[in-house]
Design a protein around this ligand. Structure first.
Ligand code: ATP
Length: 402
């Protein structure tokens, strides 16, 4: 109790304020949506998530992953150290080509200890049935049952559609990702899609609670219940049942193939979407593609006890690794989500505004956004904006209060 009080005091005394800066775009308060059925209803605070902290600082597991992950993590660390974000990273490299799962076990233990992780995508090279995807294993082992991708357009970024503002809520641990496949007889392969009442209900509840807490109007459940009558039928049935607790919200449903067409032609009709695992990855990739590509939007994975933050489309980007052209914004946004989740709102806001200004106002953009700047140009511009807000360097992390 005394320790928590001291931490709160230290946090409130953080010697800088962002008051007075124009809030260019407000992020939704979704980070504070609670994660269990009971806690969702009580709207408990994030302190229910255990996290290692000392002296107001948080320890966070960093999993750089493969491809562009390590370089993107370098940028995040540079920005954090520049603005004094009170985070200590525990960096764990997972090498999918090593034998055994020691590195994976260690990473999971670290996230359990710290409560929170920032993650790049870990490549799954092997086609061996026994070699599981480490990304899926982390989500399953930590029971990160919901994935949230807030697809919100950045003004001025070349994109097929402007002013998109859709929140995708995805069941994150079972469905088509159950990894239960077998060859029953030579030439016949079966793959199981697993839908459970427990998981379908809690992801639906998360979606409705998110909508309620963020003044959204409608939840659309995405399915293929006309063909997968039992599995998707159950998913839809659970959503309909949970909706009864949220009578003020509209609930409709749409078949996945039509959803993809509607998302491409009329994405503005969607508000909050609730869907199974595979449909979630398809629709989030479609929407991110419509808004500017893989390098912009972040994704959040939540369970009752742990939270993992990563780029929304979960790409490895091996082909562009080491070329200084990867867009750092999605990973920076993931780190901002993480700061918000841990309660470091001032640091989150100041980094968000600097990033926003860099790509929208200053038009410092990597080639995926139609620009001709490098990844480091983007990061340097963010640091330049941060430095204009900082005074008394190098003695502290003080920002102008104007
Ligand atoms: P590889 O990992 O070998 O690139 P891939 O072709 O499946 O495999 P993904 O990692 O899935 O590629 O990424 C999809 C596309 O998005 C690729 O063209 C990749 O270069 C691009 N991409 C992913 N992340 C970023 C980023 N941060 N900035 C710019 N482009 C990106």
């Amino acid at each position: 109790m005394a320790l928590r009080l001291t931490q709160r005091l230290l946090q409130t005394q953080t010697p800088f304020l962002t008051r007075g800066y124009p809030m260019l775009v407000t992020k939704e308060k979704s980070e504070d949506v609670a994660h269990t059925k009971s806690s969702l209803q009580k709207k408990v605070t994030r302190t229910d998530i255990p996290s290692a902290q000392y002296g107001g600082r948080h320890a966070v597991t960093m999993l750089p992953g493969g491809g562009i992950g390590p370089e993107l993590m370098t940028y995040v660390r540079e920005i954090f150290s520049y603005c004094g974000a009170p985070i200590d990273f525990e960096v764990i490299d997972i090498d999918p080509s090593t034998e055994g799962n020691d590195d994976l076990d260690y990473a999971i233990m670290s996230i359990k200890r710290n409560g929170v992780a920032l993650k790049g995508n870990i490549e799954t090279k092997s086609q061996e049935l026994s070699d599981i995807s480490r990304n899926v294993a982390i989500r399953n082992e930590l029971d990160l049952y919901v994935n949230v991708v807030h697809c919100k357009s950045y003004p001025g970024i070349p994109a097929r559609h402007q002013d998109i503002d859709v929140v995708l809520i995805r069941q994150n641990t079972d469905g088509e990702y159950a990894m239960l496949e077998h060859e029953s007889v030579p030439g016949i392969v079966e793959s199981m899609k697993v839908v459970t009442v427990e998981n379908a209900e809690r992801v639906a509840r998360y979606a409705f609670e998110y909508a309620r807490q963020n003044n959204r109007k409608k939840v659309t459940t995405i399915h293929k219940a006309n063909i997968m009558k039992l599995s998707d039928g159950l998913f839809l049935e659970c959503a309909n049942r949970v909706h009864k607790d949220y009578p003020e919200l509209e609930h409709d449903n749409m078949i996945i193939d039509n959803t993809c067409m509607q998302a491409v032609s009329k994405p503005h009709q969607f508000d909050v979407m609730n869907m199974t695992n595979l449909y979630g990855t398809i629709v989030s990739n479609v929407l991110c593609g419509l808004m500017g590509g893989a390098g912009l939007i972040s994704g959040r994975n939540y369970g009752d006890h742990y939270a993992v933050f990563e780029p929304g489309t979960r790409n490895t980007g091996t082909a562009i690794a080491g070329k200084n052209i990867a867009n750092p914004v999605a990973m920076i946004n993931a780190s901002i989500d993480m700061l918000n989740h841990l309660g470091h709102k001032e640091h989150a806001n100041v980094i968000y505004e600097a990033t926003y200004q860099t790509i929208c106002n200053d038009a410092i953009r990597t080639p995926d956004l139609g620009g001709n700047h490098s990844s480091t140009d983007v990061v340097e511009n963010i640091l330049k904006i941060l430095s204009a807000k900082r005074v008394n360097w190098p003695h502290g992390n003080y920002f102008n209060q104007l």
